[in-house]
Design a protein around this ligand. Structure first.
Ligand code: C2E
Ligand code: CA
Ligand code: CA
Ligand code: CA
Length: 278
């Protein structure tokens, strides 16, 4: 299969011509994915660690191509970033997720929508207008939306990014730092960064039960978040023991396969409806 993939690549780059390495087969497919309707969103609930109410949903992108099949986000997101396709794709994700939240709002759910934002999107000068425009079109307030930015992006672009994020935050939009804990040096940068939420990387959440180091990192992050008055989400919670430990350590929200996998909008809508009536 590897061999076939390579000759396919060569074939495409010959078409692109003139000695330049053309876009990969995957990139060519990804270019048409939005128009073909091959991109969809799944929604994963975030629960109160105590009480179990669903407080937010994270929109997670899926790509299913007729020829390539389902390509995992960890593979196509980097491709979309390198090619710039993440800009139109990210705009679509934001619009789609906000439209969905507006529907759930109309059904009486008061939760937030969390949307992942790539560093490439952060560097776009019109991101702020785009986000505010989407919120307005969907009849939502800034407080209804949470943007998830990776810790890596915070470090890479603390200066430029924080200007736009500060404006969004002034409009009530919540800023979450995703995959938190992976780069410890980031703590200092965060002091100067407009942030509302820390999402602890699942490596620490899952390791905290068995290993002192991971537990101490989570403890330190909780203390740090308290001092800065930030909310915390533990991601990748797969077992009741992990959930209970997060509760004991003082983490407010949990997300993970134990309580809810990423599911199509209709399925999460059913969950939200049944949670309200119970
Ligand atoms: P992420 O933002 O850290 O999202 C969490 C990932 O962990 C998701 O993977 C989710 O399905 C998975 N997950 C949730 N609960 C559990 C659990 O209990 N155990 C385990 N093992 N995994 C769990 P997914 O959907 O494959 O997404 C992978 C990454 O792709 C995301 O990581 C995010 O960085 C990126 N991504 C996804 N959608 C978007 C998007 O719309 N825009 C951008 N820029 N990136 C996206
Ligand atoms: Ca995320
Ligand atoms: Ca994450
Ligand atoms: Ca991740």
């Amino acid at each position: 299969a590897k061999q076939a993939g390579r000759s396919e690549l060569r074939c495409f780059s010959q078409e692109a011509g003139a000695g330049t390495a053309g876009p990969s087969a995957r990139e060519l497919r990804l270019r048409g994915a939005l128009e073909r309707g091959d991109l969809t969103l799944r929604y994963q609930p975030q629960f109160e660690v105590r009480g179990g109410r669903i407080m937010a949903a994270e929109a997670l992108l899926r790509w299913t191509d007729a020829e390539l099949g389902a390509v995992p986000p960890d593979q196509f997101i980097p491709l979309a970033e390198d090619s710039g396709l993440i800009v139109p794709i990210g705009a679509w994700v934001l619009e789609e997720a906000c439209r969905q939240l507006a529907r759930w709002r109309a059904q009486g759910w008061a939760g937030r929508m969390a949307v992942n934002v790539s560093p490439v999107q952060l560097a776009q000068p019109d991101l702020v207008e785009q986000v505010l425009g989407t919120l307005a079109r969907c009849g939502l307030r800034g407080e209804d939306l949470e943007l998830e930015i990776t810790e890596r992006a915070v470090l890479q672009d603390a200066q430029r990014a924080s200007g736009g994020l500060a404006r969004l935050r002034a409009a009530g939009v919540r800023i979450a730092v995703d995959d938190f804990g992976m780069g410890h040096a980031a703590l200092l940068y965060l002091l100067a960064f407009p942030v509302d939420v820390l999402k602890i990387d699942r490596r620490f959440v899952q390791g905290a039960l068995d290993r002192d180091h991971e537990r101490q990192v989570v403890q330190a992050l909780v203390a740090f978040a308290r001092a800065l008055n930030l909310d915390m989400v533990a991601e990748g919670v797969e077992t009741e023991a992990q959930r209970a430990l997060m509760e004991e350590l003082g983490v407010g929200l949990v997300q993970g396969y134990l309580l809810g996998r990423p599911v199509p909008a209709q399925r999460l809508g059913e969950l939200l409806a049944s949670a309200q009536s119970s």
